[in-house]
Design a binder for this molecule. Structure first.
Ligand code: ZN
Ligand code: ZN
Length: 412
């Protein structure tokens, strides 16, 4: 890692990630251990014309202490001043950068019910902010930089400093930042590439997809009429500017028909879920609803997340990522969904992105539900299912069969 690459990364996140416009407020969520990078993001945002930059420092230690020791009542609401801050910034069209870096096991031993209640409280009290984010009313971008506890989990055989250095190398590769390259140009090319794939999938007008592989996945997923496959950049519906919500991003995604999922889905990678690692996930679905949940570790955390509300019992996202994608090729298990989901075909249970149906960003939750997608939940959890031998066959609305995935990779 060197300063030149770090600055290039910070400018990429500000310029392409949230695509800051003159006079726009910016909010940055950043772990204290990544303070130097958080400061660079702030400078880059001001240099790009931000009206003001609000930084929220996070700390794994403090989060854990609060989750363990605060009075039980504090998990049932968000403080009014925090709600006012986020909801009013959303109204102002704030650009939000979140730096995702955490010890994957930071909340081991915390009562899952406290976390569940806290998700419900956030969903209720931060509704305006959350809805603005889900429906592209504000530009947002999730990125990551290493912290020692996380780097050691990814590279347990290296000493702490080496592990951090190695994780930097891997992250720079995934976000296409190189010493002498032009990351902005690389991203333009990359987005055009995956957006082309998304357009192709939309044009197929798939009515359903069948998933099958050797670890036990055997699933039928129906798609809503007027479904749209998305990839790369989104358009902010308030300022019309293109932004990239995840860096890295390799996925082409849409939303399944809420009541149209049947069969068995077996996860292919561990999932870091609210500070706990859940391994060996197996879900069973009937008419869209999760009716069976099994996991080899921390099953109670998974169950609690699925029990958040009614909507969290249904899938909200279907995403395709080739087994040969660059992040997958690195062979690194990141223990961070931002990376692991971009190395593998995945689904998410919980709320769907409205833009996955035509004109969805302008529809109300009731209209989105009528369009067939999982329109309301206080959670959205991606989990990985892609394998080397995954086969996906599609059936178009005209009744034609299309091979979508063969041997873990796109066949279209
Ligand atoms: Zn996804
Ligand atoms: Zn997702």
């Amino acid at each position: 890692m060197n300063a030149k690459m770090l600055w290039q990364y910070a400018r990429l996140v500000v310029g392409v990630g949230i695509n800051v416009q003159k006079g726009q407020p910016v909010m940055i969520n950043c772990p204290i251990e990544c303070a130097p990078f958080g400061r660079m993001l702030m400078t880059a945002a001001y240099d790009a014309g931000a009206k003001d930059v609000i930084i929220n420092w996070r700390d794994d230690y403090c989060t854990r202490e609060r989750c363990l020791k605060a009075d039980d009542s504090v998990f049932d609401s968000v403080y009014p001043w925090d709600a006012l801050k986020l909801n009013s910034l959303a109204k102002e069209g704030v650009g939000v950068i979140s730096v995702s870096a955490s010890d994957p096991e930071n909340l081991k031993g915390v009562d899952p019910d406290r976390l569940r209640r806290s998700r419900i409280a956030s969903g209720r009290d931060l509704k305006e902010f959350m809805r603005a984010q889900m429906s592209n009313g504000i530009p947002w971008c999730v990125v990551s930089v290493p912290i020692p506890s996380w780097a050691k989990k990814v590279f347990p055989d290296l000493d702490e400093a080496e592990a951090v250095e190695r994780l930097w190398d891997e992250i720079f590769k995934t976000v296409r930042v190189t010493e002498d390259g032009d990351a902005v140009e690389e991203w333009r090319r990359h987005c055009a590439d995956i957006e082309g794939k998304a357009r192709k999938l939309t044009e197929y007008d798939l009515a359903e997809l069948h998933y099958k592989n050797s670890i036990g996945t055997d699933l039928t997923v129906k798609m809503p009429e007027n479904c749209v496959w998305l990839a790369g950049g989104d358009i902010c519906r308030t300022n019309g500017v293109k932004f990239v919500a995840n860096m890295p991003t390799e996925e082409v995604f849409s939303a399944p028909l809420r009541n149209g999922v049947d069969g068995t889905l077996v996860a292919s990678k561990p999932l870091v879920l609210s500070g706990n690692v859940v391994e060996g996930i197996r879900f069973t679905f009937k008419d869209g609803r999760i009716v069976g949940i099994l996991a080899d570790t921390n099953e109670e955390n998974l169950r609690s997340q699925v029990d958040t509300d009614e909507g969290s019992h249904y899938l909200g996202e279907i995403a395709l990522v080739p087994y040969d994608s660059p992040i997958s090729q690195s062979g690194v298990l990141f223990f961070n969904t931002l990376f692991d989901e971009n190395a593998s075909c995945h689904f998410a249970f919980g709320e769907a992105y409205p833009a996955c149906v035509k004109g969805g960003d302008d529809l109300s939750p009731e209209e989105l539900a009528a369009a067939g997608i999982n329109a309301e939940s206080n959670t959205h959890v991606d989990f990985m299912v892609g394998t080397r031998d995954l086969e996906i066959t599609g059936v178009t609305r005209k009744g034609e069969t299309v091979r979508i995935f063969e041997n873990g990779n796109f066949a279209i």
